[in-house]
Design a protein around this ligand. Structure first.
Ligand code: GLU
Length: 309
């Protein structure tokens, strides 16, 4: 697909990482780990670091949380390059990608409801593996239709910079997946691929909860003729019950007035062994240390390695 540059002030040909929070609540320890890991990997390699607000799912967006996340990042000293991109303003780009997928007959309308699919086996992300009812035309054309991507029956393999080789049989493990929902909103999988390409992102460092989404994203890049960035999936922070820290599980927000200890803990979580004497330091000092000592190889592998205590 044609590729407009999103921001002309950013350089070309350089390493470019990004942090892409969904503004559904304040920044918590789990999202700080993703922000810090992507920031340090980009900066350590002399690259740029962007922030993108993933507010494509407008009904889930919590008013004020985008601003709160940005304020916390600033207080942590995690300063980004260029303007923040908001997915809610990018509908035309997602539509252009969908048009192309429809032209090549890779996208098709699907009238199945959640209830129609309730009894089907689910993939790792909890969505039903689509049994293909509508792949030759919607069964109920009178209903509002989602758009699904038709998948080939092939194995997709990629090398993750942290977790090593990852393989997924897209058709049987995921199934034709939704790229635009029946309510008209574009799905994360399509939006993230279009945005990473338009923003010239070369490095995607993020939580391992998205590891199983990556083959879908790589497949979309291939069919849209877009480059594939390097991927690295960080271990996910879990609470004492083994649940991923998230806004839904009411993870406490990072303390904006004194973010140093959280940054230190995030470095420790990521296996970087920051010196104890920095444990109560200001964020600037901790980041100065981290920028020179950061090593991706020290990050523990495994998708859920530690409890946050
Ligand atoms: N918006 C997603 C989240 O907050 C992250 C997406 C990504 O990094 O690709 O979990």
């Amino acid at each position: 697909m044609d590729k407009p540059s999103v921001d002309k002030t950013l350089s070309t040909g350089r390493i470019r990482g990004r942090f892409a929070p969904s503004p559904t609540g304040p920044l918590h320890f789990g999202s700080l780990v993703a922000a810090l890991g992507s920031f340090l990997e980009a900066r350590r390699r002399g690259g740029e670091w962007l922030v993108r607000m993933e507010d494509v799912d407008v009904p889930r967006t919590v008013p004020g949380s985008a601003e709160a996340i940005l304020r916390t990042l600033e207080r942590c000293g995690l300063l980004w390059d260029g303007p923040v991109l908001y997915q809610s303003q990018r509908t035309a780009r997602y539509q252009a990608a969908l048009d192309e997928l429809q032209r090549t007959r890779l996208a098709y309308p699907c009238s199945c409801t959640r209830r129609d699919l309730a009894d089907y086996p689910r993939g790792r992300d909890g969505a039903p593996i689509y049994p293909g009812y509508c792949c030759n035309g919607p069964r109920h054309p009178d209903r509002p239709c989602a758009m699904r991507l038709r998948l080939p029956d092939t194995l997709l393999t990629f090398q993750d910079a942290i977790q090593g080789e990852y393989r997924q049989q897209l058709a049987t493990e995921v199934g034709d997946f939704v790229i635009r929902r029946a309510d008209g909103l574009f799905a994360y999988q399509l939006a993230v691929v279009v945005d990473d390409a338009d923003q010239g992102v070369t490095e995607v460092i993020r939580g391992s909860d998205l590891l199983d989404s990556t083959p879908r994203q790589i497949y979309l890049q291939r069919v849209l003729g877009l480059p594939t960035p390097r991927y690295g999936h960080l271990p996910v922070v879990v609470d004492t019950h083994g649940n991923k820290l998230s806004k839904q599980t009411h993870a406490p927000p990072i303390d904006d007035r004194n973010p140093g200890p959280a940054l230190w803990n995030a470095l420790e979580f990521l296996g970087q062994s920051p010196p104890l004497k920095l444990a109560n330091s200001r964020s600037g000092e901790i980041l100065d240390w981290a920028r020179t000592h950061w090593r991706l190889e020290k990050i523990p592998t495994g998708v859920q390695v530690r409890s946050s205590g």
